[in-house]
Design a protein around this ligand. Structure first.
Ligand code: AHR
Length: 683
């Protein structure tokens, strides 16, 4: 009896432990739907495929959302040369509490007038004339509002400058920065001492005594006299590389941190202009700033519910500065030029083919400006601007979002002229504004015959599109032009909606798409997110990579995706396969891998677009030696909707950690909605 019970008990025990094992296994299998006996991703470390071009991940710059004036261009005075349509836009005449009455009573009609010398000076026709009689500080002045205020930082030097013209010395100028309560934040006084017909430059510096993001600048006049003023300017002394009249260093630093392979400039639609007369003309953007002819920014009224009537292009940030910026941050310059066509969403004006010569000449001259010897006409201009050595321009874009037979006709003319004179310059052709459809197919077929080195494709679509299109280039023709993914951004709402957000959800969808670009690096040679910058209080288009106000700037989750790809670009593509196939969304996973021959690193990028964690195992095959610790950078957040902001700039930011490499395997937990970049030392 006892013996029988013992055997029965034993059988029950075996049955129960087997049941437990089965249950545990099933539970494990359910919690890890992809757990396999072998690793689910295998990376073949020794199978080098395409070379990753150094240009692979770059930046797209356009003066949209106050990206240049009021943005990276550090000028703090709005409408410094009185050339906006309303010449006193941005300016107030002081004292302002009872507009015009006090100073008119004291100084008479005409104490402050705008003079237009357009017959003599077409580039900078207007200036302001001040007539003062026994003026004293506080009785007659001009105040500038800046770009939604002037950002002032305590202890930073500020450089005030202006051009003037007077027949007699009689006035003293007081310049001061004040906050909204009138509190003094720094200033100085100047007595312009030159007289005669010539315009003179004068400048003075002072150190700010306080910090304020919405200060204004007043210039008070004291004494008797008439003085003409123009180019009234204020720059912080701590610009990028401390260049006078330079760029905001915090914004340039964010660009430099991306380590971009190229800088595309100056756009975007502003290349085309709403009409041909307001197209971007590079020759008008170089040389003394007072000679750079201002034009309206086409984005000023483009987006109906985000009007910006005071948005102009002063071109203080012009082509020389763009080339210099690219050089400073180690990127290839990539200028895009107008091809004789205005924006086809607006007027769609075209220059007649027989009058295309000046447009083509602009392209040829630009190449000489960038690369020519100092003895050439345009090389000498570059040298005179302070850069005798060439900028090593290698590629040029012909047209932005242009399409149709009109474009094909003009592109061919540009291509012939450029190749005849500069055979090694690579040409970037537009594929139009859409990445599919009738016009896209027509242009693709035509471009196959024209054979530009690169085709510029733009994709703005919802995040679902980006998740679905990681395979876009898997079956692309390998024998023709290479791809420049010149503008893209996942939209949380819809294209041109002002409701779009730069959130984790869009960033992760872009990361998934970028694994597809990287996996096709043999054909995709360049990519850039667009637009780049947006002012929190002055934007027209959303989403954007970097946001800023007068004193702060932050990268969006989308910025960190760009940074993770660009800072980990590697030198050669290697296969990262699951069941013999690339991961392009199976079980919401995406992956690509590169080797960096210079640092002997294997870099694997994995996107988990599911809202649950995933355990994965990566098998590293073909390495002679693998370091036992790998590094991981993980970008994720609380929810798909999470964003960064001025107050919380680091809410969504990559977090670094390390992980073990054991028996050529890496076992990691992928966070929900995440991009994980794993770097392992290999030989
Ligand atoms: O990036 C914003 C705009 O989108 C660009 O100016 C244009 O090229 C595209 O349509």
């Amino acid at each position: 009896m006892i013996a029988i019970d013992f055997h029965r008990m034993k059988r029950i025990k075996i049955f129960l432990s087997t049941l437990l094992l089965v249950l545990l296994y099933t539970a494990a299998a359910f919690s890890q739907p992809n757990a396999q006996a072998k690793c689910m991703i295998s990376v073949k470390v020794d199978k080098l495929m395409a070379t990753i071009q150094p240009t692979m991940w770059g930046i797209f710059f356009e003066d949209i959302n106050m990206g240049a004036d009021g943005g990276i261009y550090a000028e703090l005075v709005k409408n410094r040369s009185f050339e906006f349509y309303k010449p006193l836009t941005g300016w107030g005449v002081q004292p302002a509490d009872v507009p015009y009455v006090p100073f008119q009573k004291q100084f008479g009609e005409g104490a402050v007038i705008i003079v237009n010398r357009q017959e003599k000076n077409t580039a900078n026709p207007r200036f302001v004339r001040i007539t003062a009689k026994n003026a004293s500080k506080g009785s007659l002045g001009l105040t500038n509002e800046g770009f939604d205020g002037i950002g002032v930082r305590k202890d930073v030097p500020y450089n005030f400058s202006f051009m003037y013209h007077q027949q007699a010395v009689g006035l003293k100028l007081y310049v001061e920065l004040v906050d909204s309560t009138g509190k003094f934040l720094g200033g100085t006084s100047i007595v312009p001492s030159e007289i005669g017909e010539k315009w003179h430059n004068q400048s003075a510096s002072f150190v700010a005594t306080g910090t304020e993001s919405k200060a204004r600048m007043s210039i008070w006049f004291e004494g008797n006299g008439i003085i003409d003023l123009d180019m009234i300017s204020l720059f912080p002394g701590d610009t990028w590389k401390n260049r006078a009249g330079g760029m905001r260093s915090d914004l340039v630093q964010l660009l430099a941190d991306l380590k971009p392979g190229f800088v595309r400039f100056p756009g975007g639609c502003i290349v085309e202009g709403r009409e041909l007369s307001t197209r971007y003309q590079w020759k008008k953007t170089i040389g003394p700033v007072e000679e750079r002819q201002l034009i309206v920014n086409r984005w000023n009224t483009e987006i109906p519910n985000r009007p910006a009537p005071d948005y102009f292009q002063t071109f203080g940030l012009g082509f020389f500065e763009y080339f210099q910026l690219a050089e400073d941050i180690g990127a290839e310059p990539l200028p895009i030029l107008n091809c004789g066509m205005a924006c086809q969403f607006n007027t769609a004006e075209v220059a007649p083919v027989e009058q295309l010569e000046p447009y083509v000449q602009d392209a040829l001259d630009l190449i000489e400006f960038a690369n020519g010897d100092v003895n050439t006409k345009w090389g000498a201009v570059r040298a005179k601007l302070g850069h005798p050595s060439p900028f090593h321009l290698k590629m040029i874009g012909v047209g932005n979002e242009n399409w149709g037979p009109q474009y094909v006709e003009r592109l061919k003319i540009f291509q012939k002229a450029i190749k005849e004179k500069y055979p090694s310059i690579k040409i970037i052709a537009s594929s139009g504004a859409m990445y599919e459809g009738k016009m896209f197919d027509y242009l693709t077929a035509e471009l196959k015959k024209i054979k530009p080195e690169f085709i510029d494709e733009h994709y703005y679509n919802r995040r679902e599109w980006f998740l679905k299109n990681a395979t876009r280039y898997d079956s692309y023709d390998r024998s023709g032009s290479k791809i420049f993914a010149g503008e893209y951004a996942a939209q949380s709402d819809r294209v041109v909606s002002t409701e779009n957000k730069n959130n984790l959800g869009t960033a992760i969808a872009e990361a998934a798409f970028l694994t597809g670009l990287e996996r096709n690096a043999d054909v995709v040679n360049m990519a850039s997110y667009a637009p780049l910058f947006a002012r929190v209080d002055g934007w027209q288009w959303k989403p954007d990579l970097i946001w800023f106000d007068n004193l702060h700037a932050y990268g969006t989750p989308n910025y960190y995706v760009q940074k993770l790809f660009s800072n980990n670009k590697g030198t050669h593509l290697v296969p990262a396969l699951s069941n013999g196939k690339p991961l392009t969304g199976q079980d919401s996973l995406y992956a690509s891998a590169v080797i960096d021959k210079k640092t002997s690193e294997l870099i694997i990028k994995i996107v988990n677009s599911a809202s649950v964690e995933r355990q994965i195992c990566i098998k590293l095959e073909g390495a002679k030696k693998i370091k036992s610790t790998a590094l991981m950078s993980v970008l994720t957040g609380r929810s798909l909707e999470q964003e960064n902001s001025i107050d919380f700039p680091d809410a969504v930011k990559p977090v670094d950690q390390s992980t073990e490499v054991k028996k050529e395997e890496i076992n990691i937990t992928l966070k929900p909605n995440s991009l994980t970049v794993v770097s392992a030392g290999v030989n």
